[in-house]
Design a protein around this ligand. Sequence first.
Ligand SMILES: *[C@@H]1O[C@H](CO)[C@@H](O)[C@H](O)[C@H]1NC(C)=O
Length: 489
Amino acid sequence: MKSLLALCALQVTQHQASACRALASLPRELYPALFRAAFMNGRTAVLQALVQTWPFPCLSFRQLLPQPNQMGWPEKPSKESVQAVILALLAAPRRKPHLRVLDITGFLDASCGQDPTTMSMWARSVVVARTCLSAQTQARAAQRLAKRRKLERHVLVPTPVEVHTDLLVNRTSYNVLKEALLTSICGPLRLRCRDLWAEELSGPSTVSLLELLDPACLRQVDLRFNNLGLSGLCMVVPHMAKFTHLLSLKLQYSNVDVRRLTSEAESSFQRFVSAIGQLKCLKELNMGSSRLSGRLHQLLGGLQGPLESLELPFCALLSGDLSYLAQSPHATHLKKLDLSGNKLSGDLLDPFQKLLKEASASLLCLDITECQLMDVHLASTLPTLCSCIHLRYLGLYGNPVASAGLKTLLQHLQALPELQLVVHPVPVDCYKNLPWPPSSASLLEGSVDEEKLAGVQSELQQLIQAIERRDVLWTMDIYGHNSFDYFSL
Ligand SMILES: *[C@@H]1O[C@H](CO)[C@@H](O)[C@H](O)[C@H]1NC(C)=O
């Protein structure tokens, strides 16, 4: 339900021209409500006027706008709203410039990737970069003009505005981003990057970007599909040591394989290990799709503190890796653990259960998608799983579990009070002609008996009703729900 203030703000911003005229006579306490109303309803002229006369030092999306998963969130904000706020920074010098920091970080990042009416993180990064460059051009032009008119003494150098932003960059946007970061070092708009996501960038390009980022602001580096290999990572990661607030490093699909290393590659691995050991406050590490068999103790043993989020999907882990992890200082601090795509059913089962036991007091999210777990393995894991009393998310998709196993699981997990989401597999008894034991591919691509599946699903729903846990979402949809991002836990 909207507050009276919100309803009034909606009315005021409806008529843009009169709202803009009225701003000067409105008390500044009304600015946040007006901003929310204008932003959510795409009143771009009012938005620009609000930003240009913003009466406070900081304008932060996270503080002003409702979170996407918050109840009462009307609709997604339009591309135009986001753009209007950023472009407002280019307006003619403001009369009373109070604004020092525009913070547009952490806003609808996960959910607006595919929707063309909203602005993707990639597009937003480009708009921010272009605005930064234009602001510099404008400032230079103003200076030249003043010089020509011999007004030099009267030219006020505008106080720079810091723009706190997350940046997603790929090869298409690399040049404009780099230009903007260079310009922002002494230009009128100063980019402060919080999370950097770089897709398919080469090692040298990544290093160039890292060198231009403010060391005090960076929180996460996510290098994906960069294919850097160990030697590339050795070139890049040492440049991260200066980021004293770097909490999260994600290096999925980096083409790392530490099995059977040549002596040259072995020394690369050692350099990589010592480079991540330099990251003083690292709390999250993702090494997805790196083949780490038998070397996890070396990789994690050199870290300065315990990790709270560890993502090792498709890492070809061995039982020794999980045994190490279970007795390492990381185990008791883990809030998020992703072991998807590692075969947990064989000799990894025992150390996996030990690890789960160690992590039981802290664990909030467990992803064990495609781990070849059958009913029997789940049954023996259930007591430990049920001791993870804060568990919110369980990812079980792509495991060869039967509907009987799922029902047992459901009945046990009702004891977990904080559980919100379980992504479960299609039960093996709902496939037509599934080979046994089934491969991951046959589980993902095998033909499903839809009628039988519908029957099982309705039985599951009845069970959920019977145990009164309709607050938990049991789904087979691996996309389309909030991902449990480490920073939001
Ligand atoms: C970079 O990302 C944008 C937006 O997703 C896309 O249109 C473009 O093709 C990408 N460039 C490359 C080189 O992949």
